[in-house]
Design a protein. Structure first.
Length: 389
Protein backbone atom coordinates (compact mmCIF):
# COMPACT_ATOMS: atom_id res chain seq x y z
CA UNK A 1 0.00 0.00 0.00
CA UNK A 2 1.36 3.41 -0.97
CA UNK A 3 2.32 5.94 1.66
CA UNK A 4 -0.42 8.67 1.70
CA UNK A 5 2.28 11.33 1.91
CA UNK A 6 3.61 10.20 -1.47
CA UNK A 7 0.26 11.20 -2.98
CA UNK A 8 -0.21 14.51 -1.18
CA UNK A 9 3.28 15.90 -1.79
CA UNK A 10 2.96 16.07 -5.62
CA UNK A 11 -0.49 17.66 -5.22
CA UNK A 12 0.93 20.24 -2.82
CA UNK A 13 3.74 21.06 -5.25
CA UNK A 14 1.21 21.33 -8.09
CA UNK A 15 -1.00 23.73 -6.10
CA UNK A 16 2.03 25.84 -5.15
CA UNK A 17 3.14 26.07 -8.77
CA UNK A 18 -0.38 27.00 -9.98
CA UNK A 19 -0.62 29.66 -7.28
CA UNK A 20 2.66 31.21 -8.48
CA UNK A 21 1.42 31.23 -12.07
CA UNK A 22 -1.95 32.66 -11.15
CA UNK A 23 -2.71 36.24 -12.22
CA UNK A 24 -5.03 38.67 -10.49
CA UNK A 25 -7.93 39.36 -12.92
CA UNK A 26 -8.06 42.94 -11.62
CA UNK A 27 -4.62 43.50 -13.14
CA UNK A 28 -6.44 43.91 -16.46
CA UNK A 29 -8.02 47.12 -15.15
CA UNK A 30 -6.57 50.46 -14.18
CA UNK A 31 -8.61 51.85 -11.29
CA UNK A 32 -9.19 55.57 -11.98
CA UNK A 33 -11.10 56.50 -8.84
CA UNK A 34 -14.01 55.93 -6.51
CA UNK A 35 -17.57 56.75 -7.62
CA UNK A 36 -20.04 55.85 -4.88
CA UNK A 37 -21.17 53.35 -2.24
CA UNK A 38 -24.52 51.64 -1.96
CA UNK A 39 -26.27 49.11 0.25
CA UNK A 40 -24.37 46.12 -1.07
CA UNK A 41 -21.02 47.52 -2.20
CA UNK A 42 -18.90 50.30 -3.62
CA UNK A 43 -18.35 51.32 -7.22
CA UNK A 44 -15.13 52.40 -8.95
CA UNK A 45 -14.34 53.90 -12.33
CA UNK A 46 -11.78 51.84 -14.23
CA UNK A 47 -10.22 51.39 -17.66
CA UNK A 48 -9.52 48.10 -19.38
CA UNK A 49 -5.78 47.89 -20.04
CA UNK A 50 -6.11 45.65 -23.12
CA UNK A 51 -8.85 47.73 -24.84
CA UNK A 52 -8.91 51.15 -23.16
CA UNK A 53 -12.66 50.73 -22.56
CA UNK A 54 -14.06 52.67 -19.60
CA UNK A 55 -16.08 50.65 -17.12
CA UNK A 56 -17.56 50.69 -13.64
CA UNK A 57 -16.49 47.98 -11.19
CA UNK A 58 -18.88 47.14 -8.38
CA UNK A 59 -17.27 45.40 -5.40
CA UNK A 60 -19.68 43.68 -3.05
CA UNK A 61 -19.18 44.20 0.65
CA UNK A 62 -18.16 41.35 2.91
CA UNK A 63 -20.62 40.39 5.62
CA UNK A 64 -19.96 42.01 8.99
CA UNK A 65 -20.19 40.89 12.57
CA UNK A 66 -19.55 43.87 14.84
CA UNK A 67 -16.53 45.78 13.58
CA UNK A 68 -14.96 42.81 11.75
CA UNK A 69 -15.69 41.72 8.17
CA UNK A 70 -15.75 38.02 7.43
CA UNK A 71 -16.09 35.89 4.34
CA UNK A 72 -19.19 33.74 3.94
CA UNK A 73 -19.00 33.00 0.24
CA UNK A 74 -20.87 34.83 -2.53
CA UNK A 75 -23.74 36.82 -1.05
CA UNK A 76 -27.32 36.10 -2.04
CA UNK A 77 -27.76 39.66 -3.35
CA UNK A 78 -24.67 39.26 -5.57
CA UNK A 79 -25.89 35.93 -6.95
CA UNK A 80 -29.28 37.43 -7.80
CA UNK A 81 -27.87 40.52 -9.48
CA UNK A 82 -25.27 38.53 -11.43
CA UNK A 83 -27.79 35.95 -12.62
CA UNK A 84 -30.15 38.65 -13.88
CA UNK A 85 -27.55 40.93 -15.47
CA UNK A 86 -25.96 38.05 -17.36
CA UNK A 87 -29.26 37.45 -19.17
CA UNK A 88 -30.22 41.06 -19.90
CA UNK A 89 -29.18 42.80 -23.12
CA UNK A 90 -30.87 46.08 -24.04
CA UNK A 91 -29.66 49.51 -25.08
CA UNK A 92 -31.44 51.14 -22.13
CA UNK A 93 -30.27 48.69 -19.44
CA UNK A 94 -26.72 48.79 -18.08
CA UNK A 95 -24.58 45.99 -19.59
CA UNK A 96 -22.57 43.51 -17.53
CA UNK A 97 -19.11 42.92 -19.04
CA UNK A 98 -17.48 40.50 -16.61
CA UNK A 99 -17.80 38.87 -13.19
CA UNK A 100 -14.62 38.48 -11.15
CA UNK A 101 -14.15 36.29 -8.09
CA UNK A 102 -10.87 37.29 -6.47
CA UNK A 103 -9.37 37.33 -2.98
CA UNK A 104 -12.66 36.22 -1.36
CA UNK A 105 -14.45 39.14 -3.03
CA UNK A 106 -17.00 39.46 -5.81
CA UNK A 107 -16.74 42.11 -8.53
CA UNK A 108 -19.13 43.02 -11.35
CA UNK A 109 -17.73 44.97 -14.29
CA UNK A 110 -20.25 47.15 -16.15
CA UNK A 111 -20.18 49.54 -19.07
CA UNK A 112 -19.38 53.02 -17.80
CA UNK A 113 -21.90 55.88 -17.91
CA UNK A 114 -20.56 59.40 -17.49
CA UNK A 115 -23.65 60.78 -15.75
CA UNK A 116 -26.61 59.84 -13.63
CA UNK A 117 -29.97 61.62 -13.73
CA UNK A 118 -29.66 62.90 -10.17
CA UNK A 119 -26.41 64.67 -11.06
CA UNK A 120 -28.05 66.27 -14.12
CA UNK A 121 -31.07 67.47 -12.13
CA UNK A 122 -28.81 68.99 -9.48
CA UNK A 123 -26.80 70.70 -12.21
CA UNK A 124 -29.94 72.50 -13.43
CA UNK A 125 -30.78 73.70 -9.93
CA UNK A 126 -28.00 76.29 -9.98
CA UNK A 127 -29.14 79.85 -10.81
CA UNK A 128 -26.67 80.35 -13.67
CA UNK A 129 -27.60 77.12 -15.46
CA UNK A 130 -30.15 77.18 -18.32
CA UNK A 131 -33.29 75.01 -17.98
CA UNK A 132 -33.24 71.37 -18.99
CA UNK A 133 -33.94 71.20 -22.74
CA UNK A 134 -37.47 70.08 -23.62
CA UNK A 135 -36.35 67.28 -25.92
CA UNK A 136 -33.78 66.09 -23.37
CA UNK A 137 -36.38 65.76 -20.61
CA UNK A 138 -38.81 63.93 -22.89
CA UNK A 139 -36.09 61.67 -24.31
CA UNK A 140 -34.94 60.64 -20.83
CA UNK A 141 -38.45 59.62 -19.78
CA UNK A 142 -39.06 57.74 -23.04
CA UNK A 143 -35.81 55.79 -22.77
CA UNK A 144 -36.52 54.89 -19.14
CA UNK A 145 -39.87 53.49 -20.26
CA UNK A 146 -38.21 51.63 -23.13
CA UNK A 147 -35.73 49.93 -20.81
CA UNK A 148 -38.43 49.21 -18.24
CA UNK A 149 -40.70 47.68 -20.89
CA UNK A 150 -37.85 45.31 -21.79
CA UNK A 151 -37.40 44.32 -18.13
CA UNK A 152 -41.12 43.73 -17.61
CA UNK A 153 -41.48 41.74 -20.84
CA UNK A 154 -38.73 39.50 -19.50
CA UNK A 155 -40.45 39.13 -16.10
CA UNK A 156 -38.08 41.38 -14.17
CA UNK A 157 -39.21 43.92 -11.56
CA UNK A 158 -36.62 46.62 -10.89
CA UNK A 159 -38.01 47.68 -7.48
CA UNK A 160 -35.66 50.63 -6.94
CA UNK A 161 -36.11 53.13 -9.75
CA UNK A 162 -34.96 56.65 -8.82
CA UNK A 163 -32.81 59.34 -10.47
CA UNK A 164 -29.60 58.06 -8.86
CA UNK A 165 -30.13 54.69 -10.58
CA UNK A 166 -30.74 56.16 -14.04
CA UNK A 167 -27.38 56.35 -15.82
CA UNK A 168 -26.74 58.42 -18.95
CA UNK A 169 -23.72 57.89 -21.20
CA UNK A 170 -21.62 60.73 -22.61
CA UNK A 171 -23.32 60.29 -26.01
CA UNK A 172 -26.79 60.52 -24.49
CA UNK A 173 -28.11 56.98 -24.01
CA UNK A 174 -30.11 56.22 -20.87
CA UNK A 175 -29.15 53.07 -18.95
CA UNK A 176 -31.30 51.71 -16.12
CA UNK A 177 -28.79 50.63 -13.49
CA UNK A 178 -28.43 49.03 -10.07
CA UNK A 179 -30.48 45.84 -10.31
CA UNK A 180 -29.52 44.83 -6.77
CA UNK A 181 -33.20 44.74 -5.71
CA UNK A 182 -34.52 43.44 -9.04
CA UNK A 183 -36.41 40.14 -8.98
CA UNK A 184 -38.08 37.75 -11.40
CA UNK A 185 -41.85 37.74 -10.94
CA UNK A 186 -42.85 34.81 -13.17
CA UNK A 187 -43.93 31.79 -11.12
CA UNK A 188 -42.27 32.87 -7.86
CA UNK A 189 -41.73 30.10 -5.32
CA UNK A 190 -42.95 32.43 -2.58
CA UNK A 191 -44.24 35.96 -2.15
CA UNK A 192 -41.62 38.59 -3.00
CA UNK A 193 -42.52 40.15 0.36
CA UNK A 194 -41.15 37.06 2.10
CA UNK A 195 -37.65 37.87 0.88
CA UNK A 196 -37.66 41.67 0.98
CA UNK A 197 -40.00 43.39 3.41
CA UNK A 198 -39.21 46.90 2.15
CA UNK A 199 -38.51 47.84 -1.48
CA UNK A 200 -38.23 51.07 -3.46
CA UNK A 201 -36.71 54.23 -1.98
CA UNK A 202 -39.41 55.96 0.07
CA UNK A 203 -40.04 59.01 -2.19
CA UNK A 204 -40.70 56.71 -5.17
CA UNK A 205 -42.68 54.01 -3.37
CA UNK A 206 -46.10 53.16 -4.82
CA UNK A 207 -49.27 53.51 -2.69
CA UNK A 208 -49.91 49.75 -2.66
CA UNK A 209 -46.54 49.33 -0.94
CA UNK A 210 -47.13 52.27 1.40
CA UNK A 211 -50.40 50.66 2.52
CA UNK A 212 -48.66 47.39 3.38
CA UNK A 213 -49.38 45.30 0.29
CA UNK A 214 -47.80 41.84 0.40
CA UNK A 215 -48.25 41.15 -3.31
CA UNK A 216 -47.45 43.61 -6.06
CA UNK A 217 -46.94 43.88 -9.81
CA UNK A 218 -44.81 45.82 -12.34
CA UNK A 219 -47.12 48.75 -11.60
CA UNK A 220 -44.82 49.71 -8.69
CA UNK A 221 -42.08 50.53 -11.22
CA UNK A 222 -44.47 52.71 -13.24
CA UNK A 223 -45.35 54.74 -10.15
CA UNK A 224 -41.63 55.33 -9.65
CA UNK A 225 -41.35 56.51 -13.27
CA UNK A 226 -44.15 58.98 -12.55
CA UNK A 227 -42.16 60.31 -9.59
CA UNK A 228 -39.04 60.60 -11.76
CA UNK A 229 -40.99 62.36 -14.53
CA UNK A 230 -42.41 64.85 -12.01
CA UNK A 231 -38.91 65.43 -10.57
CA UNK A 232 -37.54 66.15 -14.05
CA UNK A 233 -40.28 68.75 -14.55
CA UNK A 234 -39.98 70.43 -11.16
CA UNK A 235 -36.28 69.74 -10.40
CA UNK A 236 -37.32 68.51 -6.96
CA UNK A 237 -39.06 65.36 -5.67
CA UNK A 238 -42.83 65.59 -5.83
CA UNK A 239 -43.42 63.40 -2.74
CA UNK A 240 -40.61 64.16 -0.32
CA UNK A 241 -41.64 62.43 2.89
CA UNK A 242 -39.77 61.31 5.98
CA UNK A 243 -39.33 57.55 6.27
CA UNK A 244 -40.39 55.83 9.49
CA UNK A 245 -37.80 53.19 10.37
CA UNK A 246 -38.48 49.64 11.51
CA UNK A 247 -38.16 49.02 15.24
CA UNK A 248 -35.94 46.44 16.93
CA UNK A 249 -38.59 43.77 16.33
CA UNK A 250 -38.48 44.45 12.58
CA UNK A 251 -42.10 45.57 12.53
CA UNK A 252 -42.80 47.55 9.37
CA UNK A 253 -44.34 50.90 10.38
CA UNK A 254 -47.07 52.80 8.58
CA UNK A 255 -45.37 55.47 6.44
CA UNK A 256 -47.73 58.23 7.52
CA UNK A 257 -45.58 61.19 6.43
CA UNK A 258 -44.97 59.77 2.96
CA UNK A 259 -48.65 58.91 2.50
CA UNK A 260 -49.48 62.45 3.62
CA UNK A 261 -47.21 63.92 0.92
CA UNK A 262 -48.91 61.78 -1.74
CA UNK A 263 -52.51 62.53 -0.80
CA UNK A 264 -51.81 66.27 -0.49
CA UNK A 265 -51.12 66.29 -4.24
CA UNK A 266 -53.22 63.42 -5.60
CA UNK A 267 -56.08 63.52 -3.12
CA UNK A 268 -57.22 60.82 -0.72
CA UNK A 269 -57.91 57.56 -2.59
CA UNK A 270 -61.39 56.06 -2.32
CA UNK A 271 -62.82 52.58 -3.01
CA UNK A 272 -64.47 54.07 -6.10
CA UNK A 273 -61.02 54.90 -7.54
CA UNK A 274 -59.30 51.82 -6.16
CA UNK A 275 -61.78 49.00 -5.46
CA UNK A 276 -59.31 46.77 -3.57
CA UNK A 277 -57.96 49.49 -1.30
CA UNK A 278 -59.98 48.29 1.68
CA UNK A 279 -58.09 44.97 1.87
CA UNK A 280 -54.68 46.58 2.39
CA UNK A 281 -53.30 46.19 5.94
CA UNK A 282 -52.76 49.93 6.50
CA UNK A 283 -56.05 51.13 5.01
CA UNK A 284 -57.46 51.79 8.52
CA UNK A 285 -54.51 54.16 9.14
CA UNK A 286 -55.38 56.03 5.94
CA UNK A 287 -59.01 56.41 7.02
CA UNK A 288 -58.12 58.40 10.13
CA UNK A 289 -55.99 60.90 8.17
CA UNK A 290 -57.35 64.21 6.91
CA UNK A 291 -59.15 64.01 3.57
CA UNK A 292 -57.58 65.89 0.63
CA UNK A 293 -58.78 66.67 -2.89
CA UNK A 294 -56.71 66.13 -6.03
CA UNK A 295 -54.31 69.05 -6.68
CA UNK A 296 -52.11 67.49 -9.36
CA UNK A 297 -53.16 69.94 -12.08
CA UNK A 298 -52.60 72.89 -9.74
CA UNK A 299 -49.14 71.53 -8.88
CA UNK A 300 -48.40 71.02 -12.58
CA UNK A 301 -49.38 74.60 -13.48
CA UNK A 302 -47.47 75.99 -10.52
CA UNK A 303 -44.18 74.58 -11.86
CA UNK A 304 -44.81 76.27 -15.20
CA UNK A 305 -46.03 73.31 -17.29
CA UNK A 306 -48.64 73.76 -20.00
CA UNK A 307 -48.79 70.48 -21.94
CA UNK A 308 -52.16 68.76 -21.38
CA UNK A 309 -50.67 65.53 -22.72
CA UNK A 310 -47.86 65.73 -20.17
CA UNK A 311 -50.39 66.20 -17.37
CA UNK A 312 -52.42 63.24 -18.62
CA UNK A 313 -49.32 61.03 -18.71
CA UNK A 314 -48.61 61.95 -15.09
CA UNK A 315 -52.21 61.06 -14.20
CA UNK A 316 -51.83 57.69 -15.90
CA UNK A 317 -48.59 56.95 -14.06
CA UNK A 318 -50.11 58.14 -10.76
CA UNK A 319 -53.26 56.03 -11.04
CA UNK A 320 -53.89 54.80 -7.49
CA UNK A 321 -55.27 51.47 -8.74
CA UNK A 322 -52.28 49.28 -9.76
CA UNK A 323 -54.55 47.21 -12.01
CA UNK A 324 -55.44 50.18 -14.23
CA UNK A 325 -52.14 52.05 -13.90
CA UNK A 326 -50.52 52.51 -17.32
CA UNK A 327 -47.90 49.94 -18.36
CA UNK A 328 -44.48 50.86 -19.76
CA UNK A 329 -45.51 49.76 -23.28
CA UNK A 330 -48.74 51.80 -23.09
CA UNK A 331 -46.92 54.86 -21.75
CA UNK A 332 -44.49 54.81 -24.69
CA UNK A 333 -47.43 55.26 -27.09
CA UNK A 334 -48.93 58.13 -25.07
CA UNK A 335 -49.78 61.31 -27.07
CA UNK A 336 -47.23 63.21 -24.96
CA UNK A 337 -44.45 61.59 -26.97
CA UNK A 338 -46.11 62.58 -30.27
CA UNK A 339 -45.97 66.27 -29.38
CA UNK A 340 -43.09 68.47 -30.47
CA UNK A 341 -40.32 68.35 -29.53
CA UNK A 342 -40.10 64.60 -30.11
CA UNK A 343 -38.09 62.20 -27.99
CA UNK A 344 -34.70 61.35 -29.50
CA UNK A 345 -32.49 58.26 -29.36
CA UNK A 346 -29.73 60.50 -27.97
CA UNK A 347 -30.95 62.68 -25.10
CA UNK A 348 -28.37 65.41 -25.82
CA UNK A 349 -29.26 65.55 -29.51
CA UNK A 350 -26.47 65.32 -32.06
CA UNK A 351 -23.93 67.04 -29.82
CA UNK A 352 -21.91 65.71 -26.92
CA UNK A 353 -22.91 65.92 -23.28
CA UNK A 354 -23.16 69.52 -22.02
CA UNK A 355 -22.72 68.35 -18.42
CA UNK A 356 -19.57 68.08 -16.30
CA UNK A 357 -18.18 64.57 -15.89
CA UNK A 358 -19.19 62.46 -12.94
CA UNK A 359 -17.20 63.37 -9.83
CA UNK A 360 -14.49 60.81 -9.08
CA UNK A 361 -12.60 60.85 -5.78
CA UNK A 362 -8.98 59.86 -5.35
CA UNK A 363 -9.74 56.72 -3.29
CA UNK A 364 -8.55 54.06 -5.75
CA UNK A 365 -8.20 51.12 -3.35
CA UNK A 366 -10.64 48.75 -5.01
CA UNK A 367 -9.72 46.01 -2.53
CA UNK A 368 -10.57 48.03 0.56
CA UNK A 369 -13.35 46.61 2.71
CA UNK A 370 -14.71 49.92 3.97
CA UNK A 371 -17.39 51.78 2.06
CA UNK A 372 -17.85 55.51 2.67
CA UNK A 373 -21.45 56.61 2.52
CA UNK A 374 -22.74 58.41 -0.51
CA UNK A 375 -24.70 61.61 0.19
CA UNK A 376 -28.39 60.80 0.32
CA UNK A 377 -30.47 61.63 -2.70
CA UNK A 378 -32.34 64.25 -0.70
CA UNK A 379 -29.40 66.68 -0.90
CA UNK A 380 -31.11 70.04 -0.89
CA UNK A 381 -30.38 72.87 -3.27
CA UNK A 382 -31.36 76.36 -2.23
CA UNK A 383 -32.38 77.59 -5.65
CA UNK A 384 -34.63 75.28 -7.70
CA UNK A 385 -35.50 76.22 -11.27
CA UNK A 386 -38.36 74.74 -13.25
CA UNK A 387 -38.08 72.73 -16.46
CA UNK A 388 -40.72 73.38 -19.09
CA UNK A 389 -41.59 70.35 -21.20
Amino acid sequence: MKDPSSLTQPMARYKARKQQERRDPLENYEILGYIAAGTYGRVFKAKSKPTGRLCAIKKFKLDKEGAASYYTGISQSAVREISLCRELRHENVVALIQVILEDKSTYMVFDYAEHDLLQILHHHCHPDTPPLAHFTAKSIVYQILNGLDYLHRNWVLHRDLKPANIMITANGVVKIGDLGLARLFSDPLQSLFSGDKVVVTIWYRAPELLLGGRHYTPAIDLWAVGCIFAEILALRPIFKGEEAKMDSKKVIPFQKDQVQKVVEVLGTPTPAQWPNITVYPDYPNLQVMNVHSNRLEKWYRAIGQTSIAGLNLLRALFDYNPITRVSAAEAMTHPFFSEEPRALSRVFGEGKSPYPARRITSDTNVKANGAPKRPHQSTTVSSRKKSKV
